[in-house]
Design a protein around this ligand. Structure first.
Ligand SMILES: [Zn+2]
Ligand SMILES: [Zn+2]
Length: 116
């Protein structure tokens, strides 16, 4: 009954985010306090003059919180938005998965056009 730790929903935990993608993440300077922007990793508020990283999904994290995370896996801890990785196998698998989904949608469209 014990599942492997690195298996999530039957899928392998994605590989680390690519270095260049992590380095490209912008730092956002907190200029106003009081909006209670919380870092989802450590649950501390971002305070004025801090420069947390902004993920493409718009979530803000302390550098020291998100960097070790992205060194392990490529997705946002909050919403699982995925950054690119350096792992060719994984990227190929991801593309294949996307294609499979598109094929499914095509078949469904075809089905709908035939039976509607
Ligand atoms: Zn934090
Ligand atoms: Zn996110």
């Amino acid at each position: 009954m014990f599942e492997e730790l690195n298996v999530l929903n039957g899928e392998k935990l994605p590989p680390p985010a690519s270095r260049s993608a992590v380095e490209a993440l912008p730092n956002e300077k907190i200029v106003e306090e009081g909006r209670r922007l919380q870092c989802p990793v450590c649950l501390k508020d971002h305070v004025k003059d801090e420069t947390p990283k902004r993920m493409p999904c718009k979530h803000l994290f302390h550098n020291e919180c998100i960097m070790p995370w992205l060194a392990k896996t490529n997705s946002c801890p909050l919403c699982r938005y995925e950054l690119p990785t350096d792992d060719e196998d994984y990227e190929a698998w991801k593309k294949e998965k996307k294609r499979a989904k598109e094929r499914e949608a095509d078949i469904e469209n075809l089905h709908n056009s035939m039976f509607s």
